[in-house]
Design a protein around this ligand. Structure first.
Ligand code: AMP
Length: 215
C-alpha cells in the first residue's frame, strides 16, 4: 500500500509542531519537521547546522539545497511506512515543485493539506510568551500553559529558554514571510481540492480532535 502524504501549513506559532507530534503518534505517521531537523543540526553544531543558524536567527529561509538534503534522506529511510506528515515544508511554491519531484521519484503524491488558521494578533501574543525546554523540547506558554515551577521544565527541571527566532522583531519578519511566500500554497492546494481548513484559535486538544477526524 502507498504511504499517505499529509502537509501541515499555518503561520509560525499556529501550533503546527505540537499538533504534528500528536497526529504522527496517533496515526503512526513518520513526522518530517524541517524546523526540528534543522534545530537538531544547530545544536549538534554540524556543518549544515552552522550555516542554517545564521538564517534561522533572522527568521529567513535556510537555503533549499540544505533543507532538501535532510528531507530526501528522511523519506528514503522510511519508505513503505503508513504515512508521512510534513511540518515546515514546503514553505513556498518553489519548494512545493521540489517536493512534487521527490514524491514522484518514489511514486507518491500529496493526499491532503491541513491548514491551521490563526490570525496575526493571536500569533504575536502566543510567540512572545512561548518558552521551550532545551532538553525535551516541551513547549510552554507563560500565561496559559505555565510551568509549575517558575521557568523550569516540569519534566526535566532545567531552565526554559526563548527560541532565538521568537524575539519580537524576528516574529514580525517570520509572519511577513509567511504571508508573502507560504500562504500562497494554501491557495494552490485549494484549487486541487486538497485543503482541510482548521480553526487554530481553540485549545490544542480541540484542534487535534478535529484534525484527527479528517484523516
Ligand atoms: P519552524 O520551526 O518551522 O518555525 O522553522 C524555524 C526556522 O527554520 C525557519 O524560520 C527557517 O529559518 C528554517 N526552516 C524551517 N523549514 C524550512 C524550509 N522548508 N525551508 C527553509 N527554511 C526552513
Amino acid at each position: 500500500m502507498k504511504s499517505k502524504i499529509y502537509i501541515l501549513i499555518g503561520p509560525p506559532g499556529a501550533g503546527k509542531g505540537t499538533q504534528a507530534k500528536n497526529i504522527a503518534n496517533t496515526k503512526d505517521f513518520v513526522l518530517i519537521s524541517t524546523g526540528d531537523l534543522l534545530r537538531e543540526n544547530v545544536e549538534k553544531k554540524t556543518e549544515l547546522g552552522q550555516i542554517a543558524k545564521s538564517y534561522m536567527d533572522k527568521g529567513e529561509f535556510v537555503p533549499i539545497d540544505l533543507v532538501a538534503k535532510i528531507i530526501k534522506a528522511n523519506i528514503q529511510q522510511n519508505l513503505g511506512k503508513n504515512g508521512f506528515l510534513f511540518d515546515g515544508f514546503p514553505r513556498d511554491l518553489s519548494q512545493n515543485v521540489l517536493l512534487d519531484g521527490m514524491l514522484k521519484e518514489f511514486d507518491l503524491e500529496v493526499d491532503k493539506v491541513i491548514y491551521i488558521d490563526v490570525k496575526d494578533e493571536a500569533i504575536l501574543e502566543r510567540l512572545t510568551n512561548r518558552r521551550v525546554c532545551p532538553k525535551c523540547k516541551k513547549v510552554y506558554h507563560m500565561k496559559f500553559n505555565k510551568p509549575k515551577n517558575d521557568e523550569l521544565c516540569d519534566d526535566c527541571g532545567v531552565p526554559l529558554i526563548t527560541r532565538d527566532d521568537d524575539k519580537p522583531e524576528v516574529i514580525k519578519n517570520r509572519l511577513a514571510t509567511y504571508h508573502k511566500s507560504t500562504h500562497p500554497l494554501v491557495e494552490h492546494f485549494e484549487k486541487l481540492g486538497k485543503v482541510i481548513r482548521i480553526n487554530g484559535e481553540r485549545t490544542p486538544k480541540e484542534v487535534e480532535n478535529e484534525i484527527i477526524s479528517h484523516i
